[in-house]
Design a protein around this ligand. Structure first.
Ligand code: M6R
Length: 615
């Protein structure tokens, strides 16, 4: 939700900021804007729509160059995507510029106060109040960092703020509460950004900004305090991937690149977690073994695709550990007053580590005494920082809004956690665990094989571009795969798509089936789950009898389904519980190709943003 960049240093600040915004555009693309300190004043440009509109504006009406600038790419919350609502927002004298990510919950009150004091509030946003408040505070204290601290103490809600003041050239000030902000440390230059991709071209040295901290950047250093002005503890770290990881690398879309990166992402997520003897070593889970042994239940909280990973994890956790496992949408979790105590293990799954719904669920769980283990892809993000332990997925940066490689690596991490629980609780023998680990180690090659056979899936997708609805069915772990297939299609192709447990069909949804309706069916392996397999074959016949066009995903060698499949997509043989790691891939390709055929923006679907930092 909204991307923010700030810069002070020896380069053209505007160029650095615009390049950074390009990298952050996945966070929101309703409008974009910049401000630069130059010639003793402040120059700004902002435009509704994607960043290209702003770039065109800057070409047509160039701003003066300077060494201090900030920028913003917006995902609209308060006020539509117009030029006026675009950031930066200024005070009435045009001396302060501020950009904001998050929601200021008490903005209406602050806005009313400002109007009473004679301020002219010109946008519909919650953010603009901050510009006016900063100007007021600065006029009495003459120090932008101090003004920021004073203002932050008055704000309620979630915010990352970055500001500059024309009377303090060479200074950029940032603040964060419940919303991300990272400092990039260069040589005589400093960066502020919503995430490190914005400055990875310039430096891989970063400082994590903590909750309720204010940072002041100058060319010769950085000062970090809390909102009261006391010096704050900071954590520096090195980003372990480079700029090329955040580039498209010859692909038309990030999503295509990220789909193709899945074999490596899966292998990387296993790396260092299996010892030479083929056993599991998860030292990073710092929750004491006795706590895990005594846990009476596991609760998984997550949103969207990560929630689907959680649904699959439930099957593995309950099967391998026999601990009851609940999976809950993070946005619903704390509002139903869930039963949690110190013997509950909560697993929070999040690619970004910034999803507000999941973060709030984590906080609620910890307040109730539960231990929280985060499964996360983004080093240094808020959810792992606020959890008791973290298992990082090693997918590398995921830029496309639709989650692909993050999902597969979340699954791998969930399987590892489930096995680890089985190991410490003694519900799985060492050789059973090693056998699953051997199977997991082969998944990377299996995903590679799936990717090599995707041309018919792309063809099929193109042939369905004019359809309005696609249904997805699955059973057992194939059910969350069906949900994920439907989510991908909704968000990318803007089509009506629904995922069902195949057994539920006869309880209502079968009424949706009509002539030529495409129905994707994820078929469980005939080995191990033969009962389920037989039942889903019956389900396929039931829908086919009603005229549906059946698109069947089945493992190699499963010939029983062939007579009932209008289109057959083969996936490699895997153990039943691991099948989602291969069965999901064709559905990602299918959705991506359908979106392309319908002329949609694959990496930046309408109305969405990569990182959802509002509730
Ligand atoms: O960063 P997170 O994993 O917490 O994000 C959760 C969801 O917002 C995310 O998975 C979303 O559903 C994706 N766009 C789906 O492709």
């Amino acid at each position: 939700m909204c991307g923010i960049v700030g810069y002070v240093g020896g380069q053209s600040a505007l160029d650095v900021v615009v390049a950074g915004l390009k990298r952050l555009e996945y966070r929101g693309y309703d409008s974009a804007g910049v401000a630069v300190l130059a010639d003793g004043g402040l120059a700004t440009a902002k435009k509704a729509g994607k960043l290209v509109n702003l770039e065109k504006e800057l070409k047509d009406r160039p701003l003066p160059s300077g060494s201090t600038a900030l920028g913003h790419t917006r995902w609209a919350t308060h006020g539509g995507p117009t030029d006026a609502n675009a950031h930066p927002h200024l005070d009435n004298a045009g001396r302060v510029a501020v950009v904001h990510n998050g929601i200021i919950e008490n903005f209406a009150l602050l806005r009313a106060e400002l109007i009473t004091r004679g301020h002219d509030v010109v946008s519909e946003t919650d953010s603009e109040v901050v510009g006016h408040l900063l100007a007021e505070s600065f006029s009495s204290c003459g120090d932008l960092a101090e003004a920021m601290r004073q203002v932050c103490r008055r704000l309620e809600g979630a915010f990352t703020l970055v500001a500059v003041h024309a009377d303090e050239p060479g200074v950029v000030v940032g603040a964060r509460r419940n919303s991300p902000l990272v400092v990039g440390v260069g040589d005589g230059e400093y960066f502020l950004a919503s995430d490190v991709t914005a400055f990875i071209d310039h430096t891989r040295a970063a400082i994590e900004l903590g909750q309720d901290q204010v940072v002041e950047l100058r060319r010769d250093g950085v000062t970090i305090t809390d909102f009261a002005g006391d010096t704050a503890d900071v954590r520096s770290y090195h980003v372990d991937w480079d700029a090329s990881a955040a580039e498209k690398g010859g692909y038309d879309y990030f999503m295509l690149k990220e789909i193709a990166e899945q074999p490596k992402a899966v292998a990387d997520t296993l790396l260092g977690r299996i010892d030479v003897a083929g056993s599991l070593t998860l030292d990073e889970i710092r929750i004491p073994a006795e706590v895990l042994r005594e846990a009476t239940k596991v609760v998984i909280v997550a949103c969207g695709t990560a929630f689907h990973a959680g649904l699959i994890a439930k099957y593995a956790i309950e099967h391998w550990t026999r601990i009851p496992c609940e999976v809950e949408l993070a946005s619903e979790f704390r509002y139903r007053d869930p039963i949690l105590d110190e013997r509950t293990l909560v697993i929070a799954i999040s690619q970004s580590g910034e999803t507000m719904d999941t973060l709030m669920a984590v906080r609620h769980a910890r307040e109730q005494g539960a231990r929280v283990l985060a499964i996360c892809n983004t080093n240094g993000s808020t959810i792992p920082r606020e959890s008791d332990a973290v298992l990082y997925t090693h997918a590398g940066p995921e830029v496309a809004v639709a989650s692909t490689k993050a999902f597969l690596t979340q699954l791998v991490a969930c399987y590892l956690v489930a096995l680890y629980l089985g190991q410490v609780r003694g519900t799985q023998a060492g050789d059973e665990i090693r056998a699953v680990i051997r199977d997991l180690a082969e998944i990377s090659t299996a995903v590679e094989r799936v990717l090599e056979t995707m041309e018919p899936v792309r063809e099929l997708a193109r042939s369905l571009a004019a359809k309005n609805t696609v249904l997805f069915l699955g059973r057992h772990v194939g059910y969350p795969v069906a949900l994920e297939g439907a989510l991908k299609l909704k968000e990318l192709a803007y089509m009506h798509a629904e995922g069902f447990a195949a057994g539920e069909l006869k309880h209502g949804p079968i009424a949706l089936i009509d002539e030529d309706l495409p129905v994707v069916v994820v078929v469980p392996s005939p080995r191990g789950h033969s009962v389920l397999h037989d039942k889903i074959v019956s389900n396929i016949q039931e829908i086919r009898a009603r005229g549906a066009r059946t698109i069947v995903i089945a493992e190699e060698g499963d010939e029983t389904v062939s007579p009932y499949a209008d289109h057959l997509i083969r996936i490699p043989v895997t153990p039943a519980l691991l099948q989602p790691l291969v069965a999901t891939v064709p559905l990602q390709v299918f959705a991506c190709e359908l979106a392309t055929a319908r002329g949609n923006e694959v990496d930046q679907p309408r109305n969405l943003a990569k990182s959802v930092t509002v509730e």
